[in-house]
Design a protein around this ligand. Structure first.
Ligand code: NI
Length: 154
């Protein structure tokens, strides 16, 4: 495994609409491993492939309940709404309030190319929506109601 460079806001790749993964192969599994290592090293709770320069639909998340790997994720159900503070490894030291769906169901492929789904609420639901926005070229600072600097995320 190896650490990857995290792209910061302003990098063109963060504005791209990412392409679906056509084949879940060794290259994708290596990317997943490297993204997880990079996320943990940076003490983040999620990382999307464009943040490491790859405009493809791959995401890793760990909100403290174990690693989740999402390939070609699609939100198939949303319910409720919730507002909370978000940050992003591509926008260091900025935090903002973002309204999200309170519960989501997401379908995706796992690292073996098998179709799976999961239902999430709380921080995991928020994180899934934040990371999927990255795959559409959107950063949380594009939709945050307020933005402030330097306060640690809860
Ligand atoms: Ni982010």
């Amino acid at each position: 495994m190896s650490l990857l460079e995290i792209k910061k806001a302003g990098a063109p790749v963060l504005k791209e609409v990412c392409a679906p993964v056509e084949h879940v192969d060794k290259r994708i599994r290596t990317l997943l491993d490297d993204m997880a290592e990079t996320m943990y090293e940076a003490e983040g709770v999620g990382l999307a492939a464009p943040q490491v320069g790859e405009a493809i639909r791959v995401v890793v998340i760990d909100v403290g309940k174990g690693l989740i790997e999402l390939i070609n994720p699609v939100i198939t159900f949303r319910e409720g709404s919730a507002k909370d503070t978000e940050g992003c490894l591509s926008v260091p030291n900025y935090y903002g309030e973002v309204e999200r769906s309170a519960r989501v169901k997401v379908e995706f492929l796992n690292r073996r190319g098998k179709r799976q789904h999961l239902t999430a609420d709380g921080l995991l639901a928020r994180c899934i929506q934040h990371e999927l926005d990255h795959l559409e070229g959107q950063l949380f600072i594009d939709i945050a109601e307020s933005l402030h600097e330097g306060e640690s995320k809860s």
